[in-house]
Design a protein around this ligand. Structure first.
Ligand code: SF4
Ligand code: SF4
Length: 167
């Protein structure tokens, strides 16, 4: 994985390419696992020695990914695990991926260091736009600090055409 500090990013918008829902395992916190089991069934999760993951389909994609010929949709929406909500942002209290000056972000609460995973196809590079730094970024910070649950700018605006995961 390669990371870019937020201040070298002009904007971010989910283009619904679906790449992140195909290439990565999603680790579940225990309450997230419980919510998914209660709403969908244990078969939508997969255990490992130390934690639970979202189950993957035979083709490797997340069990909750819905694909149309044009777009990809998450059928979990409001029940999405935190790891999915935060992607492709890493919001940390230390500059773990370097370039501290460019990654520093002073939230109302504390100094943070913010990076984006460059695998995401929704990143545009350059000087941060006002919309990115004043609207998109603060929403990710609120999600990371636990003062927000609902996504607005931190996800695709589009909802899936059909609700429900496909095994
Ligand atoms: S978050 Fe990025 S990688 Fe994931 S679907 Fe959206 S554009 Fe693609
Ligand atoms: S829960 Fe949704 S966002 Fe997370 S990997 Fe599955 S389809 Fe993608």
């Amino acid at each position: 994985m390669r990371f870019v500090p937020w201040s070298l990013v002009s904007s971010w918008h989910c283009s619904q390419c679906g790449l992140c829902c195909i290439q990565y395992d999603v680790v579940l916190k225990f309450p997230e696992w419980l919510r998914i089991v209660k709403n969908f069934g244990v078969e939508y999760t997969a255990p490992s020695i130390s934690c639970f993951f979202l189950r993957r389909k035979a083709n490797g994609s997340c069990v909750f990914l819905l694909k149309t010929p044009r777009d990809s949709y998450c059928s979990l929406q409001d029940l999405k695990p935190q790891a999915c909500k935060m992607w492709p942002f890493k919001i940390l209290d230390k500059p773990k991926y370097g370039k501290a000056k460019h990654a520093a972000y002073d939230s109302w609460k504390q100094r943070l260091y913010i990076y984006l995973d460059q695998a995401c196809t929704g990143i545009r590079y350059g000087i941060p736009t006002k919309d990115f730094s004043h609207s998109v970024l603060p929403e990710f910070v609120e999600l990371a600090l636990g003062v927000r649950r609902k996504q607005h700018r931190s996800t695709s605006m589009l909802h899936p055409p059909i609700l429900g995961g496909n095994l």
